[in-house]
Design a protein around this ligand. Structure first.
Ligand code: ZN
Length: 135
């Protein structure tokens, strides 16, 4: 049902400050920077092989990323799994008793459909399903 790790989400206070490590030390290339209004975040995607690192910077105090930074500080925020059947993945998770943050997919960066599972149900790891828009 899930095909691969699409990206790792990493919460940062400032993409401008954090990107140096990924560009200058790891030698990765920033493919795009995008604002996702629905999540109140700015994202920066760095390609590595056929997966990505997604830096997440909060746009406001009400952003889920702002709350994460207040509680835990900077660090790994979520794992994003690619699927071509996001509804099926959500149904399977729901039937397994997993708490869903999104009952239905919402629009994420790159017009992908995304949905999050609650970390209390997934061993402490915020888990995201994502599907390409053409799927
Ligand atoms: Zn993500």
């Amino acid at each position: 049902m899930v095909k691969k790790i699409d990206h790792l989400g990493i919460a940062v206070h400032s993409i401008d400050q954090a990107r140096d490590f990924y560009e200058k030390v790891l030698g990765l290339v920033c493919e795009k920077i995008e604002v996702v209004e629905s999540q109140q975040v700015k994202t920066a995607f760095f390609a590595i092989g056929d997966t990505h690192i997604e830096l997440l910077e909060p746009l406001s105090e009400t952003s889920p990323i702002a709350k994460f930074l207040q509680k835990k500080g900077e660090g790994i925020h979520h794992v994003g799994y690619l699927t071509d059947d996001i509804e099926g993945c959500l149904t399977k998770a729901r039937l397994a008793g997993v708490s869903l943050i999104h009952e239905e997919p919402v629009e994420g960066s790159g017009n992908k459909q995304i949905a999050f599972l609650h970390p209390k149900s997934t061993g402490g790891v915020l888990t995201e399903f994502c599907a390409d828009p053409e799927d």
